[in-house]
Design a protein around this ligand. Structure first.
Ligand code: CA
Length: 231
């Protein structure tokens, strides 16, 4: 669940936003003072920041620049909230590193739509950042959603792709069936743990056509990818 940090000194507006975001299923953190923002950002690592432009101690614009200059917050979407509607202010906000801009008064559906879009974009960005994973001769390209073994293109179904991605993201780490279920199917769907075994079998079949079996079964525990001895 995404956590949204709301930075807004006008309490009525802040509470309205908070109420509607929580109703839409987001966690929220509310900060009214500009000088409290940076410690909260560091501690809570919000998924997205709604940042009011006009704050008493430090402007939203200054805060935006500071947050953006921290490499760890490079991908945290920032939406500026402001009463200013002028084009030059918008440009200033965006060049300070804001991702988007919402002018007050705004409608709640509009704000929710902007939040959703920015979260989705950020999710895709961090995925692209990792671009590819390599283990031995196996290469998984996240952006293209393709897997190669040496020169050979391996066609995988989406589920097998996600399982391989999880295994290859951390070689030698043993993932339980529950870990894999949670990652691949999420919490919302009920899937039997044995289903994982079926997909692992398919994944092995596809990969092992072109090389040795690097997927290791750890009895009654789970799976990992590593260079174990094949007996
Ligand atoms: Ca304000």
């Amino acid at each position: 669940m995404a956590t949204i940090l709301i930075v807004e000194d006008e309490q009525a507006i802040a509470l309205l936003i908070k109420y509607n975001l929580e109703k839409a299923g987001y966690n929220t953190i509310y900060v009214s003072q500009g000088n409290k923002v940076l410690p909260v950002v560091e501690k809570e690592n919000p998924s997205l920041i709604l940042l009011d432009w006009m704050l008493p101690e430090i402007s939203g614009l200054e805060l935006c620049k500071i947050i953006r200059n921290n490499p760890e917050r490079k991908n945290t979407p920032i939406i500026m909230l402001t009463a200013k509607g002028q084009e030059e202010d918008k440009i200033a906000g965006l060049s300070a590193g804001a991702d988007d801009y919402v002018t007050k008064p705004f409608s709640v559906p509009e704000l929710l739509a902007r939040i959703q879009t920015n979260l989705r974009r950020a999710g895709n960005m961090s995925e692209n950042d990792k671009k590819e994973y390599v283990f031995k001769d196996i290469v998984l390209k996240t952006k293209e959603k393709k897997v190669f073994r040496g020169e050979n293109y391996i066609q995988l179904a989406p589920t097998e792709f996600r399982i391989l991605k999880m295994l290859i993201s951390s070689p030698s780490q043993v993932f339980s069936r529950e870990d894999l279920l949670k990652e691949v199917w999420g919490n919302s769907v009920y899937v039997e743990a044995r289903t994982v075994d079926v997909h692992i079998r398919r994944l092995r079949k596809a990969l092992n056509e072109f090389g040795p079996d690097y997927i290791r079964t750890i009895r009654s525990t789970g799976y990992s990818i590593d260079d174990h001895d094949i007996s």
